[in-house]
Design a protein around this ligand. Sequence first.
Ligand SMILES: C[S@@+](CC[C@H](N)C(=O)[O-])C[C@H]1O[C@@H](n2cnc3c(N)ncnc32)[C@H](O)[C@@H]1O
Length: 350
Amino acid sequence: MQQAPQPDLAPITRHLRAMFGSRLLIAAVHHLAVFEELSSGPLSIAELSQRIGLKSRPASVLFPALCAMDMLEVNEIGALQITALGRFLTQNQTPNLIGYVGLEKNDPGAVEMAIRLRNDGPLDTSGGISYVKEGDDPSPMDDVDLSRMFTLGLAGRAQKLAPIVAGKLSKSEGHLLDVAGGTGFYTYEWLLLNPSATATILDRPAVLAVAEELLDAFAQSGRPGAETVKNRVTFQPGDMLTDDIPQTDILLAASLFHDWPTETCQLLADRFAAAIRSGGELWVHDAFLNDALDGPLAVTDYSAQLFWGTKGRCYSRREYRNWFSKAGLEPTDENLPTQMDYGLIWARKR
Ligand SMILES: C[S@@+](CC[C@H](N)C(=O)[O-])C[C@H]1O[C@@H](n2cnc3c(N)ncnc32)[C@H](O)[C@@H]1O
């Protein structure tokens, strides 16, 4: 019997992430006065950021989101200006919706979003930041219970996307390194399609304990070839920011760069480029902003969610390709959509 086609689960993730976009809008109107600042004319991104007290990361989350909502736009000289729609969020416009939006201004999520925008992150980071292990700072990824909770929280997403991603990655008889591989599902599915290949999953030790359990279940699933996958996987506990990264033919970075600020992204690109053998490939699976940093809305909402919970945000393909080029890799111009607003880009090493 033929299987019914599986739906793209994007509507679920879009509605989930829309909450963070709403918080940005309320914070912009009522806590940061973005529209009032722009009401007398366009401002450069740097000038507007400075006036409302935003560093580069929060500015790169907020302004693309307001552009995607069609309330701001970038003019021909690269300055931000209010659109015909956004005008209805300024005092000079009668009627306007400032009061109506203001009914939500004390919503705890909107208030906290304003705090995080101004502070470039939460005020209290003593418990560590989700999905991030950096230096000696405490990390939930090194706590047995929290790392299990965070890793299993991503399991369904990875399980759904992994067969699609695996089918689009290059075929190989060589080695795949899945950096910050989490559950490992991308690796298991790829090994199923590449029966002579081997793979390493690098992550924090507590995360890999969960991945090993999931691999056991995968190997016993009864799917043809699944039992061979187990012997072809190596689990490597480590710190991708400081430890030696094993040499590989294909390196996969899935939902990885978006947890980190731009400087760390360049460091990671450099480290990954060094680990890839000549002729090898770096693949990124993520959700990408438009190169013009003005949308799409699903990704600006996601960027707000990542801003809220991690040290990163969503980036454009152009931003990724710049890091790749600076790392000595040759970015290809392929854009391969997967599902849930994610896609693949890749670069090769000569
Ligand atoms: C958002 S998850 C992505 C997991 C997986 N690639 C996926 O798409 O489902 C980020 C992963 O990065 C790992 N990670 C964070 N900091 C790390 C570090 N310094 N070294 C190695 N892994 C790290 C986390 O433990 C977590 O599993």
